[in-house]
Ligand binder design. Structure first.
Ligand code: F0G
Length: 470
């Protein structure tokens, strides 16, 4: 079974190798500092990869957010910025692109994804509400909590099992959802928070069948569905690859259909849309749009720029169309899969099926002797940096934070270290170097000790927490 998904892929694209649908026009030099310098840099950063200086990093796989390479067309768009305070022509290009590709009616620009999360959470949630979703995301859940809501995880159980080969591990468990609706009442649930693909589960997709069934269930109870569309382009690739009836449809067609089952979306454009900054909220309900437009001027900027420069909106409008091209997404996902397969060949435990934007190493299996309170995924991220200057990110107990009621650590079943691949930035040779470094760290795993947290910030602690070696 493990290989069946990858084999299907092979049949679809034939026996020939894939290659990127672009060539390189400009380069940015990078270099690996010495082992002694990496040791000092890691110590200075409190063994938290978010606190490293980027110049001390060799291959930067911290995130795929805002780190992608823009095309020559997007850079040309930067020169067409209309920096008017109000009514910039670039806003209308952006609005048209979102309406064309996603099909939503009203568009509110924001400076990045969490700006849009803030607006939608404030617009829809009242204190005491419950917001069910297919696994939490750090900033999304925090905005829901700050608006007075409680997030409830209703993702299928397979999502919490790193070795389950379910092809749609991002799906909502409709029974869990209906149980919650019956328990708290539909009027206590302002919307379902649906993410495609699911970042914290390993970049796992939601199927079209699942969103259709979800729509039906939500219609029965009069509940809205809002989509975290941040990596929806990758989600629709997996539908095309794995779901019956979609192999011959374009990604753009599949995207439009998926969004038609939802009432709106928020977006961190720093991912799928191939720009370094930007975001938006899109809704179909005029009342919700009015509410969000009233707030955008308080928190982001005027409703025709929302925190972005005109030139940024132009590059973003172009990126919306470029990002959904079939050949682009295919090469992007194949690069991630290439890295994952190298690790699988050495029996290194990773989340499978290999997801959309990153390889997630299962740190509980990698370091079975390190208890979760000693931060195995954070330890692995630190060890990788020490070995090769490769920067990764913790997605485990540190990211999960503390329960607001009890103040105790949340203990997520997934304790992962994420190697996140920026789009159009690194080559296959870089992936080889990364894989070899993971292997080197794996070979000495039994001698590796965990970490102790010595500084813990109140909100989103993973960004700024500090650690010491045990
Ligand atoms: N939703 C998802 C699924 C995300 O992955 C992110 C950001 C956001 C919302 C928030 O967007 O950063 O533009 O404010 N994810 C980044 C990451 C930071 O590294 O996964 P933002």
């Amino acid at each position: 079974m493990p290989n069946s998904i990858y084999e299907t892929m092979g049949q679809q694209f034939g026996r020939r190798s894939w290659a990127e649908p672009w060539k390189i026009k400009m380069v940015e030099p990078i270099h690996m500092i010495s082992a002694e310098e990496r040791k000092q840099a890691a110590e200075k950063a409190g063994y938290n990869t978010f606190l490293l200086r980027s110049e001390d990093v060799y291959i930067d796989l911290l995130t795929d957010s805002g780190t992608s390479a823009m095309s020559d067309r997007q850079w040309a768009g930067i020169m067409l910025g209309d920096e008017a305070y109000a009514g910039s022509r670039n806003f209308y290009h952006l609005e048209e692109a979102i309406q064309t590709y996603y099909g939503y009616k009203y568009i509110i620009p924001t400076h990045q994804g969490r700006g849009a999360e803030h607006l939608i959470s404030k617009a829809l949630i009242k204190p005491g509400d419950f917001i069910p979703g297919n696994m939490y995301f750090t900033t999304t859940r925090l905005h829901q909590e700050l608006a007075g809501g409680t997030f409830v995880d209703v993702i299928i159980d397979d999502a919490h099992d790193t070795s389950s080969m379910n092809p749609f591990k991002g799906n909502v468990d409709l029974d869990k959802l209906e149980t919650l609706i019956k328990k708290v009442g539909a009027d206590q649930i302002p919307y379902i928070s649906l993410a495609g693909t699911v970042n914290m589960a390993g970049g796992q997709p939601v199927s079209m069948a699942n969103v259709k069934a979800l729509r039906k269930l939500c219609d029965k109870y009069g509940i809205a569905i809002y989509l975290d569309a941040t990596r929806m382009y990758e989600n629709v690739f997996f539908i095309q690859e794995r779901e019956e009836g979609y192999a011959n449809k374009s990604l753009a067609e599949i995207l439009k259909e998926f969004c038609s089952y939802t009432d709106g979306a928020w977006m961190s454009a720093k991912k799928d849309h191939l720009v370094n900054i930007g975001g938006w909220l899109a809704v179909n309900e005029p009342k919700v749009a009015e509410n969000a437009r009233n707030m955008v001027v308080i928190y982001e900027g005027l409703h025709t720029y929302g925190g972005m420069a005109g030139r940024d909106m132009q590059a973003l409008a172009i990126g919306i169309a470029e990002g959904i091209k079939d050949d682009h997404i295919r090469s992007r996902i194949m690069q991630v899969r290439y890295l994952g397969e190298l690790l699988l060949n050495w029996n290194i435990p990773i989340v499978e099926p290999i997801g959309g934007h990153a390889i997630f190493i299962d740190a509980k299996k990698f370091y079975p002797h390190i208890p979760q309170e000693q931060f195995p995924a954070q330890t692995l991220a630190a060890q990788l940096y020490l070995d090769s200057g490769v920067r990764s990110m913790e997605r485990g107990i540190v990211s999960a934070g503390r329960d607001p009621e009890s103040g105790e650590h949340r203990h997520p079943s997934l304790e992962l270290t994420r190697l996140t691949i920026p789009r159009r930035v690194y080559t296959q040779a870089h992936m080889d170097v990364v894989a070899e470094s993971v292997k080197a760290v794996y070979d000495v795993r039994e001698k590796t000790k965990g970490l102790r947290m010595v500084y813990e910030p109140e909100y989103l602690r993973f960004f700024q927490a500090r650690f010491e070696l045990l």
